[in-house]
Every structure is written in C-alpha cells, then in structure tokens.
Design a protein around this ligand. Structure first.
Ligand code: OSB
Ligand code: MG
Length: 354
C-alpha cells in the first residue's frame, strides 16, 4: 500500500515536571518537546514526538536545532512523496547526517500513519505480540528522596525501579534499598559519571544486588566498559554509547556490554531500532525500552516497541501522572497492577490532546 504525504505540522509543548529529575548531567524541571503530525492525501494522520532536550546535555540535539532540521531539511524530503512502505522514510533521511532525534520524530509519525492505513495497532504492525507490558519507574535524588520514592513506587505496583547513581553514591545504601524489595528488579544508571574515577569506584556496586548497571562510563569509553564486563558479575548495559546498529555490533565484538537500552530517538526511528532488535535477538543481547522523560506520543510508540516478545527486560514505563499534571494524549497512559495495557485501535492507539 502506497501512502502519499500531503503535509506535516509541528506543535511545541512545554510543561513543568511534577517532580524534578536530577541526574549527574542535568536537573530537569521543565520538558519542552515538538509534536509532529504527518498527514497523507487520504486524510490519515500519524503522530511523532521529538525527544531532544532544550539544551544538549544528553545528546547534541536540542529542541530549537531539531525543529529547524525537521522543518527545513527533513519535512521537504517527505512532502509530496509517495512512500511504498513505512521503511521508506528511513531511506529518504539517510543522506542527512546525524540528527537522530529529529529523524525519529518524523519517521515514527510515518510508521504510525502506515499502521493506521493498514487498520492495525502499531504494536502488531511492528511484529509485537504482547497485550500488556510491565511498568518500570526511575528514581532520582538524595538518599532520603530515593528511599521515599522507592517506597511509593513499590506501593504503586511498579515491578522495576531504576536508580540514578554516581561515584558519590553509597553502595551500601543502594544494597540495603535493593534488599528491602526482593520482588522488584533494580537497575542503576550512572550516565557515564564513572569515567573520571575508574573501575575501582564502580566495583563496590557489583554486590548491591542490581539486575544491571547502565552506562557507567562515557559514551566513547569502550575499553572501560569491556573491562567492567570482564571484572563484574552484574550485567553491563549501554545507553548513550548506542547510536545505531554499528554501535551494537561494536559492543558485541569488543565484549563491552551485555544489554542495550532501546531509545528510538537516539537510534533514529523505528527502522534502525528494528534492525537492532533483530541483531540482539540473534546474538542473545538483552534489551529494554528506555524513557526520555517524554510525553504520551513518544511513550505510546515505546509501548508498541516493548510489545515485541524478545524484549524481555522491563523498560522505563511510568504512568502519565508520574511526570505530568496532564499528558498530551487521550486517554492518558495508566499503570494498573504494575502493568500498562496496549491499545488495540489502529496506530499508536491514542488521540492527541495538546
Ligand atoms: O539516561 O536513561 C537515561 C531520561 C532522560 C535522559 C536520559 C535518561 C533518562 C531516564 C529515563 O533515565 C527517565 C524516564 O523517562 O522515566
Ligand atoms: Mg540512561
């Protein structure tokens, strides 16, 4: 089925977070994002959300820069074109360097549009089979704040908790917290903060009972991640280091990690992400779907991704109400008994409510 793109619209959104999100890289109080609506000549609409932040603290992209790239560089490559399949957008964008989050926002909107034209849920369109995914939440801040938030998350039924940590964190404190909740899987994410401190600083966390340690060293520190994987029993998971399939292959070749975080914004969209999923499946690499403190459009795409059976680790899936007074999708995304039900209606399955 061919789809002809008629026009593309952009809308900026900016909302305060209900709770501030503190990492070693940045403290986030507000979230600004761009919502993308791709329309075809039949009047069908596909939705995407650009997950670049207002400043380049997580990747190089920004809200302002990505808006320019989307409007002036990428949208003209799609408008007026007849696409034979959803994967065509990724190929059209291949000549534009980098800018993965900008590409992903448009490309993902095209996949939503194709799923809607096919009349199927996006989860089924991409080969997913689950009808619900387990919920996971991220906990940040000082020790007291972490303890309080962990208790609240456990009470709310979350099955996985990701703790942000750094060389300044106390391994004994983390170990104690983890031990208190034996039925919850704990991850710890360092956002590269151990690079200036080395392996010796990381080793104490090997005995904290963590299911994985995420990105202990900087994104280009492949040798350090290789050494960590060798020295530690806790699986090493890469987030910032993975910008595409080539990086996953490098991780595999250099034995620099056991698990990858799938983030479609960082990878450039559905097509590249599905190639990564296929490779990981074939090589027994663990996978989970990572969050970007995003709104419901991006989250709905992430839920469709997490419906793929081989993605077995629990992702960053919190309730719309965790960060937002009001989300930009209707209905809002709800965690019930520790799970989120997948929508069965065509495409992402949620309406826009800007
Ligand atoms: O490192 O995983 C990260 C959010 C923004 C940027 C980077 C990261 C994160 C998260 C996910 O930890 C938070 C969430 O969406 O719940
Ligand atoms: Mg991370």
């Amino acid at each position: 089925m061919a789809v002809k793109i008629a026009d593309i619209h952009f809308a900026g959104v900016k909302k305060p977070l209900k709770r501030s999100f503190a990492t070693v890289l940045e403290t986030v109080e507000y979230r600004e994002a761009t919502v993308v609506v791709v329309r075809d000549t039949e009047g069908y609409e596909g939705y995407g959300e650009c997950v670049a932040f207002d400043t380049p603290w997580y990747t190089e992209e920004t809200v302002t820069g990505s808006r320019f790239v989307m409007e002036r560089v990428l949208a003209p490559l799609l408008v007026g074109k007849e696409l034979q399949e959803a994967g065509a957008a990724d190929r059209l964008f291949a000549k534009v360097k980098g800018n993965h989050m900008a590409k992903a926002a448009l490309e993902m909107a095209v996949w939503d549009l194709f799923a809607k034209r096919a009349g199927v849920a996006l989860s089924r369109f991409v080969g997913g089979t689950r009808d619900k995914v387990p919920a996971g939440v991220v906990v940040t801040g000082g020790e007291e704040e972490m303890r309080r938030q962990t208790e609240a998350a456990a009470a709310a039924g979350y099955r996985r908790i990701k703790l942000k940590f750094s060389p300044g964190s106390d391994a004994k404190f983390l170990a104690q917290l983890v031990k208190q909740y034996p039925h919850i899987s704990f991850y710890a994410d360092a956002n590269g903060s151990f690079s200036d401190f080395g392996m010796q600083a990381l080793l104490p966390f090997d005995n904290a009972g963590l299911a994985l340690i995420e990105q202990p060293f900087a994104e280009q520190d492949w040798a350090a991640h290789r050494a960590a994987k060798k020295a530690m029993k806790t699986p090493i998971c890469l987030d910032e280091s993975i910008t595409g399939l080539a990086d996953v292959k490098r991780m595999e070749n250099e034995e620099a990690g056991d698990i990858v975080v799938l983030k479609m914004g960082r990878l450039g969209g559905w097509a590249e992400t599905l190639r990564v999923v296929e490779f990981c499946k074939q090589h027994g690499i663990g996978m989970w779907v990572g969050g970007m403190i995003e709104f419901g459009v991006s989250k709905a795409h992430n839920l469709a991704l997490a419906s793929i059976n081989e993605i077995t680790l629990i992702g960053d899936f919190s309730d719309s109400g965790h960060y937002w007074e009001q989300d930009i999708v209707s209905p809002e995304i709800r965690v019930e008994r520790g799970e989120i039900k997948l929508k069965k209606n065509p495409g992402i399955g949620y309406r826009l409510n800007l």
